[in-house]
Design a protein around this ligand. Structure first.
Ligand code: ADP
Ligand code: MG
Length: 716
């Protein structure tokens, strides 16, 4: 531990290469992407046009174009030094997977040439048998295919030891079932587009551009010096500290938040941003977060599928570049007890190039009415599917965060802000009979007042907040792929828009002059049924827990409970109806997430026992021994004294041992029961921690084996 402290203190970060400072983001942006502009330059016009139809308007991919695209992509990649290509895919572990193949093909004369066919571009077959499938395929029938996703551009990844062409792909089983996170995102985007178009039609738009969901994920993370990281088996293996007494100074002073960024960290950030720019990821924001050692990075939003792929790249590069600067990047939701955890705020909206952002209130009353229908559809969706939204953010890591006094509670509610909240309140009492005093608020095209763009203050405690022109799902965990939450949001809103469109179409019966009254009655009805999910107050408060229960809102505090939200009949029906996930695909997700949960608890419990037995207990008895021999020596020379500290250490050692025994008992039958993990094993681990942390505050510092919170958080 002492040598880790010394190494961290003397660490000299590599200087930021001058070229980083001298090149502008614009000059490197997208340099390693097989982007639209590269394609335009390199592809025959007709091929380029047909690809754009697929990428921009969602048209079917023309497979005959593939050979030409493949060859052009290969030439481009080889010019940039690539020797291999890989189909990148996104298995249900939440990570990113790749298998590399060389471009080299043997020639008749015994040499080789670089070769890449359309078939190789479109479809690959990695041996994906070791990825979790939740029962979709048996291990002996492991066929899985990766399929080129044209809508997410290929890119080049430069590593010190080689350059690779990366092709984002979907990963499906031989039977066509989605084994990955990308396929459902693409399906859910289609479902959302179809229903959004119907609403737009009601408002007089003719079907034009594809209505896509957009996403802007804000990523929080911690950085710790690598020396400390490797001296802590818990950080290394579980991503979070299972032990550690609170430091004398934590985050109380709020002096870290938005503070000046330390030099080493800034150098790291510069390099991460530069690498991401090269890959066309539009990183925009960086700052210190609330806890010491905690930071945030955020891009400008993009369409959901692309944002999701880019988010995976972002996490990967944060981890990779951190090592170069002698640090480790922790994306766990709660690496340090007692300090803020990390989330991923997922900003979400929908729109198209033709109609713009559909959650933007706009400046005119007409836009307002359309906006209100879309916003009401979201509110209805969140109310109806609280359980699903809670399920898609459930994990062992996020359980430490949700409901702690720093993250949104486990209750899913919607924050609207004062102005919008008020509009919807009025709509609720408005009634279909338009009993409102004339002129105040009919959603009539004529009378609705224009809304401000920032209609209201921000709310930090809500899990799902309207933030002026988008909703922000703030309860997503920092270690999550954003795909799951995106799939849920796209699909529940598609269902809700379907409901709204069906109602409006029926009420109007083709008569456009009935638009206002149809909209008014729809909104009133939605508000009457769903407004209990709207909450503009303090989500951290005790009163909200009681109030939410009164309102009948779900409050599923832990993952085992929350995951049941995937299995409810109305959820299964919805996913099947919109062809996003079949019943089997949905059940496979449940299986996998439940398995990930207990496996996480298992790893943590094993670590907890090992560290308690082999690191903490020995330190404690060494100290106890020192105290005892001091006492014996003093007694021998005739001193009389109290043995307070020795008594205390002795008592704590005993308590620690008992707690370890209890943990051993709790885990006797294994870990497969997720409720047992949650209700017995995790609490038993906390008991062990309690005595270990107390020992840390009295055992001689030079005997303590683990880097302390103070060291890990404050030495940079
Ligand atoms: P804050 O910390 O205030 O929430 P940030 O600037 O850190 O704000 O992040 C806001 C995120 O919301 C950015 O990624 C931004 O691009 C994204 N965003 C803005 N408009 C939209 C939209 N229409 N759809 C999705 N995301 C959006
Ligand atoms: Mg935010």
């Amino acid at each position: 531990r002492k040598s880790a402290v010394a190494a961290a203190t003397n660490y000299k970060a590599p200087a930021v290469p001058l070229e980083f400072l001298e090149t502008t983001p614009e000059s490197v942006f997208g340099a390693n992407v097989f982007s639209k502009s590269v394609m335009k330059k390199r592809l025959p016009k007709t091929i380029y046009k047909s690809l754009m139809q697929t990428i921009e308007a969602g048209a079917k991919l023309d497979p005959t174009a593939a050979d030409i695209v493949a060859s052009s992509m290969k030439d481009w990649a080889v010019e940039k030094g690539a020797t291999h290509y890989t189909h990148v895919f996104y298995p249900l572990t939440g990570g990113t997977a790749e298998k590399h193949d060389s471009f080299m093909a043997p020639t008749a004369d015994g040499g080789t040439i670089a070769h890449f066919s359309g078939k190789e571009l479109i479809q690959g077959e990695p041996d994906g048998s070791s990825f979790p499938t939740g029962g979709i395929r048996a291990t002996h029938r492991a066929r899985g295919y990766t399929i080129w996703d044209v809508t997410s551009p290929a890119y080049i990844l430069e590593n010190e030891n080689g350059t690779t062409l990366c092709i984002p792909t979907a990963f499906v089983s031989w039977t066509g079932e989605a084994l990955d996170k990308k396929t459902p995102v693409l399906r859910s985007m289609q479902a959302l587009d179809a229903q959004a178009q119907r609403i737009l039609k009601v408002f007089g738009h003719t079907a034009e551009a594809f209505v896509a969901s957009t996403a802007g994920p804000e990523q929080e993370y911690f950085l710790v010096d690598r020396g400390f990281f490797y001296s802590r088996p818990d950080l290394m293996t579980a991503g979070r500290s299972l032990f550690g007494a609170a430091p004398a100074k934590g985050q109380e002073f709020c002096d870290h938040y938005f503070g000046a960024i330390p030099e080493r960290v800034l150098a790291f950030m510069l390099e991460v941003e530069r690498e991401l720019y090269k890959l066309g990821v539009p990183i925009k924001t960086r700052h210190n977060e609330v806890a010491p050692g905690q930071y945030e990075i955020a891009p400008v939003f993009e369409t959901a599928n692309l944002a999701s792929d880019h988010q995976q790249l972002c996490m990967m590069l944060l981890k990779k570049v951190a090592k170069k600067y002698g640090m480790e990047c922790l994306t766990h939701e709660k690496p340090f007890a007692g300090l803020n955890g990390s989330g991923k705020h997922l900003n979400w909206s929908l729109g198209s190039s033709a109609v713009g952002n559909l959650l933007d209130p706009g400046d005119t009353p007409h836009d307002n009415a359309q906006f209100l229908v879309f916003a009401a559809a979201v509110i209805r969706a969140v109310h109806k599917h609280q359980g699903l939204l809670r399920a898609v953010i459930a994990s062992a890591g996020n359980d430490h965060r949700l409901g702690a006094n720093e993250a949104p509670p486990a209750i899913i509610s919607v924050y609207l802000g004062d102005q919008l909240g008020d509009v919807f309140e009025q709509l609720k009492v408005g009634g279909a009979k338009s009993s409102l005093p004339k002129g105040t608020l009919e959603v009539g095209v004529d009378t609705l007042p224009p809304l401000d763009k920032d209609a209201g203050d921000r709310n930090r405690t809500s899990p799902f907040a309207f933030t002026g022109n988008r909703f922000e799902f703030r309860a997503v965990g920092s270690n999550f792929s954003i795909s799951g939450p995106l799939v849920a949001m796209n699909t529940i809103v598609a269902e809700s828009l379907d409901y709204c469109a069906t109602k409006l179409e029926a009420d109007m019966g083709g008569d456009q002059s009935k638009l206002n009254s149809a909209v008014q009655s729809l909104l009133t009805e939605i508000m009457t049924e769903s407004s209990s999910v709207i909450f503009n107050g303090d989500g951290y408060s005790e009163e909200w827990q009681t109030e939410a229960a009164k309102r009948g809102l779900l409050n599923r505090k832990t993952t085992p409970e929350a995951l049941q939200g995937l299995l409810e009949p109305h959820v299964k029906e919805m996913f099947s109806k919109y062809k996003v996930l079949s019943e089997r695909e949905l059940e496979s997700r449940y299986e996998i997430y439940a398995e990930q949960y207990w496996m996480t608890v298992e790893v943590e419990a094993l670590l907890c026992k090992k560290m308690a037995k082999t690191m903490i207990f020995p330190a404690a008895i060494r100290f106890q021994n020192e105290l005892a021999s001091t006492c014996a020596n003093l007694k021998a020379v005739g001193y009389s004294f109290d043995t307070d500290t020795l008594d205390k250490v002795t008592a704590l050692v005993k308590l620690l041992q008992d707690a370890i025994t209890q943990l051993d008992k709790a885990t006797e039958d294994g870990y497969h029961d997720i409720y047992k993990c949650c209700n017995e094993i995790l609490p038993a681990m906390l008991e062990v921690r309690k005595y270990a942390d107390e020992l840390e505050t009295i055992v001689a510092d030079d005997l303590w084996p683990l880097p302390t919170y103070q060291e890990m958080l404050f030495i940079k």
